[in-house]
Ligand binder design. Sequence first.
Ligand code: NAP
Length: 505
Amino acid sequence: MAMDSFIYVIFGASGDLTKRKLVPAIYSLYVQNLLPENFTLLGVSRTGLTDEQFRMRMTTALEQFNETDNTDKIQEFAGKLFYSTLQYDDSQSYEKLWDRLISLKNINDVSENIIYYLSTPPELYGVIPQRLAEAKLNNQAEGWKRLIIEKPFGYDLTSALLLKDMLLKDWKEDQLYRIDHYLGKETVQNLMVTRFSNGIFEPLWNSKYIDHVEITSSESLGVEQRGGYYDKSGALRDMVQNHLLQLVALTAMEPPATAQPAAIRNEILKVFQSLRPIDKDMVRDVALRGQYLSSTIGGTDVKGYRNEEGVRQDSKTETYVALKFYIDNWRWGGVPFYIRTGKRLPTRVTEVIIHFKPTPHSLFSGQTNCSSCNQLVMRIQPDEGILLKFGMKIPGAGFEVQNVNMEFHYSGLSEQRIPSAYERLIFDSIKGDPTLFARSEELIEAWKFLMPVLEVWRDNEEIPLHGYPSGTWGPENADDFIVKDGTGWRYPCENLADNGKYCEL
Ligand SMILES: NC(=O)c1ccc[n+]([C@@H]2O[C@H](COP(=O)([O-])OP(=O)(O)OC[C@H]3O[C@@H](n4cnc5c(N)ncnc54)[C@H](OP(=O)(O)O)[C@@H]3O)[C@@H](O)[C@H]2O)c1
């Protein structure tokens, strides 16, 4: 099928995301011949740059961040990049932008299809679409117009609702692509494929056979250069509201009737709608927050969170969060979900662990010691793959049982390079496939769900914000949080098959 020609407009093109992720992802599509021949990209921001200066910047960025092994086409690709300065809130700037777009359309013989990517600070996610609409740059009479919005979508429920209304005043839902780069990861999509392309998992995928579900997304880095942004956000907003709840939805959703975007997104939305509301009186029991402290990791001193650049000295922002909650529907009734995320933990890992119920009766001696048996680990990153842990007889007399691993590593599946999440999502937005983009209702439901925690934490200073030394698995009482329910966290290592609290140290 021939692809529509289009112009790709990036707002905030002088920024970090453009050079590190967006342009490398688009270059990768270019070298695979997945873009139309007359592809045109226009970067816009306030910074004064000529086309040539922008091309030089992006060439340098590609030399550093190119995700392919092809560097031959960088110069040719750079010739398709253009730049315009723009004041985000100034109507006249948008009239000039329109003139520039028409001129590029005529020179490069492109259709009037346009993708606007908002890669700016989130405060501008309302203003830019509004100004575009006022200047009629959202008009689809002569070609489609799509808007890609980076996270975060709002700061809380009120601001997310405001943003939603502001966007839907001038844009149709099917023009909006709210990006959550987790959904662009192959292994996240594979959650759906593993569940719904095999007959063996679905019969067990319910409260009758599953004891609990655990999701971990740990980062070994601190806030790096994003301290100013992060300090106003925190782990709950930055990770749970979007990435972790999307993982919950893909793990818990019902099989859609078809693989059509609407069918998949409807099932995802139903999970968000089934999250049991968190009672404010229960927040102390079901939510745990922490903040990393200075420490020495592998002989190197690392700063505590409050000493990071851009972070307030008395900051109460959480860099670690653990949550326990339920999904009130037929499939998941009574099954607890435990999720946790944090910065400056021992390793960078994201995984979903299905803990199956033990056998109703222990036949064999030693069986009860096999605490990590009966688990299915779906590893999102790194060492992407699937691990099944189950009990086996130890050779010799008697019936001693020990855990064994059956593991599949994604890297062994194909020689093919795994595309980056941005590459996949940008390509989908070009094709007009919204499957892997979040709908506004999902994001609103996610905010509704988390608001009691955010409000109780904000209003009750006495609720502890536990310090944890950098390089450890969070606050000391993070273990009690789950052990009191008769279970424990899995402590993942970089290698899928390994686990243990100290494996990275
Ligand atoms: N970087 C990442 O890895 C990453 C990951 C996920 C999501 N995001 C989100 O993606 C968006 C872009 O990220 P980024 O890292 O590229 O951001 P950035 O570098 O801080 O900002 C992008 C551009 O926006 C303009 N800008 C910055 N501050 C502004 C202000 N106060 N008022 C108006 N314009 C301002 C600047 O361009 P001009 O001054 O030239 O106008 C800047 O080059 C952000 O919303 C971020 O939350 C980023």
